[in-house]
Design a protein around this ligand. Structure first.
Ligand SMILES: Cc1cc2nc3c(=O)[nH]c(=O)nc-3n(C[C@H](O)[C@H](O)[C@H](O)COP(=O)(O)OP(=O)(O)OC[C@H]3O[C@@H](n4cnc5c(N)ncnc54)[C@H](O)[C@@H]3O)c2cc1C
Ligand SMILES: NC(=O)c1ccc[n+]([C@@H]2O[C@H](COP(=O)([O-])OP(=O)(O)OC[C@H]3O[C@@H](n4cnc5c(N)ncnc54)[C@H](OP(=O)(O)O)[C@@H]3O)[C@@H](O)[C@H]2O)c1
Length: 380
């Protein structure tokens, strides 16, 4: 697919960069709001150069890979390719080696002290390339069949589509959060493979991707007669931007809509309030009520979305009473559990004699009825 637009969504210098990408869909490819784009990334050129050096391989060497035995997770190539192409497009280079991979490296290392050191490694924070770099005797010690057994095929990454086909059926938009932090190995900076790749794309570039339908439960029906409560932090806003656009289009076509409230957590209004202008225009048109929470500039007790839900307990409870469906999207490790806790607290506050167990059962009931759905993920 061809990238047609790319720009940062965060203010210049913001430490957690987020980027907008618009991608043209090939003829005949369609999508629905909240679907995902599954992207096959490419490893960064400097990492590929490092990996080739650590393997003792010339990047321009041409390999003709033919499977000798059936293997479900084999690297899928059907033509001769250079070492550079193999390392760029076909294998993971930043994963930490498994116990099996470490054992294979130890067995192949001709240097006894290095072999002994490799054999004792457990739960090591270094990536495969870093371990190869730290054991120079491995350079050239593995032949290509052994290396191909060792390297894992590149995994596609999923990104929520942030646009609506009601606005433009021929393009999909993404909001991508760059995973970048001091490396756990203590060596330099770790930059995520998929998010790092998408950050480098410019208009005119090609991205290998396909549209993947989301589970039906994640879809938000713009014209439903019951209210909707959307809860997101950071790029978790993606499917809700599409849902708000659907509602704006339905309003413009004369539909009468049930209320929609969007809780959105970010750092600061002028730093990373993603698509703020567009969303404020949609709010002015009556398509959504925006409820941001700013973690760097908290208002009273409200730092995260769950705090704002707690602060607006009466309104949220009334929406639930009117049959509201709740959708939560984004960070699954910290935000989603916090939001669940906020809803359980809401129930306890409004239900005499309710304890933690009955609150838990109430939330489980909402989930079982499809009235509380989470499209969440934990990276890092
Ligand atoms: C359904 C779905 C929808 C999604 N939608 C979006 C979206 O709209 N926008 C978005 O930005 N993301 C989205 N994601 C997340 C996205 O798919 C990727 O997981 C994310 O971009 C990180 O992938 P990466 O390839 O950059 O990181 P990877 O290269 O895969 O790195 C992740 C790995 O690195 C490790 N790691 C993390 N930090 C460090 C460190 N400091 N040092 C060493 N290792 C480290 C982690 O433990 C993890 O194993 C979605 C995920 C799912 C499942
Ligand atoms: N469908 C999906 O599965 C999906 C879709 C999109 C994104 N994602 C994933 O979701 C994650 C979101 O990352 P991001 O980089 O976009 O967001 P982010 O910028 O890291 O965080 C957004 C906001 O959430 C706040 N936050 C921190 N801890 C919180 C907590 N315990 N509860 C509630 N809010 C909290 C942050 O505050 P602080 O500044 O204080 O940290 C910040 O204001 C990523 O892992 C991304 O890959 C998944």
């Amino acid at each position: 697919m061809r990238v047609t637009e790319a720009h940062d969504l965060t203010a210049p210098g913001h430490p957690r960069r987020k980027r907008f990408l618009r991608v043209a869909l090939p003829d005949g490819v369609t999508y629905r709001t909240a679907d995902h784009l599954t992207v096959l990334p490419a490893n960064a050129p400097d990492l590929v150069t490092r990996a080739a050096a650590a393997l003792g391989a010339d990047p321009d060497t041409v390999l003709d890979i033919r499977p000798t035995r059936p293997r479900g997770d084999a690297i899928a190539v059907d033509r001769p390719l250079t070492v550079r192409e193999l390392l760029t497009h076909h294998v993971e280079l930043q994963e930490r080696p498994t116990a099996g991979q470490l054992a294979a490296l130890a067995a192949a290392d001709p240097c006894p002290p290095e072999r002994a050191a490799l054999a004792t490694l457990t739960d090591d924070p270094r990536t495969l390339v870093e371990i190869l770099e730290d054991h120079p005797a491995l350079r050239g010690a593995l032949d290509w069949p052994a290396l191909l057994d060792l390297l894992t095929p590149l995994r596609p990454r999923h990104y929520s589509i942030s646009s609506s086909p009601a606005v433009d059926p021929g393009h999909v938009d993404l909001m991508v959060s760059l995973l970048q932090a001091p490396a756990r190995s203590g060596r330099g900076v770790y930059r995520g493979t998929g998010s790092g790749h998408l950050m480098t794309l410019q208009p005119g570039d090609t991205v290998y991707a396909r549209v993947q339908p989301c589970p039906e439960a994640f879809r938000i029906d713009a014209t439903a007669s019951t209210p909707v409560v959307m809860v997101a932090a950071g790029t978790g806003l993606a499917p809700f931007r599409g849902a708000v656009a659907d509602r704006a289009a339905a309003l413009a076509a004369g539909a009468e809509l049930a209320p929609a409230v969007c809780y959105f957590g970010c750092d600061a209004p002028d730093a990373d309030f993603l698509h703020a202008e567009e969303l404020r225009a949609a709010e002015a048109a009556g398509a959504v009520l925006l409820r941001p929470a700013f973690s760097e500039t908290p208002e009273g007790e409200v730092r995260f979305v769950q705090h704002r839900i707690a602060a607006e307990a009466e309104e949220v409870w009334a929406l639930l009473g009117a049959g509201a469906r709740v959708h939560v999207c984004g960070d699954g490790s910290r935000m989603a559990p916090g939001v669940r806790e906020a809803f359980r607290t809401l129930f306890r506050k409004h239900t005499p004699d309710a304890d933690e167990t009955t609150a838990e059962r109430w939330l489980d009931g909402l989930i079982a009825d499809g009235r509380y759905t989470e499209d969440v993920y934990a990276a890092g």
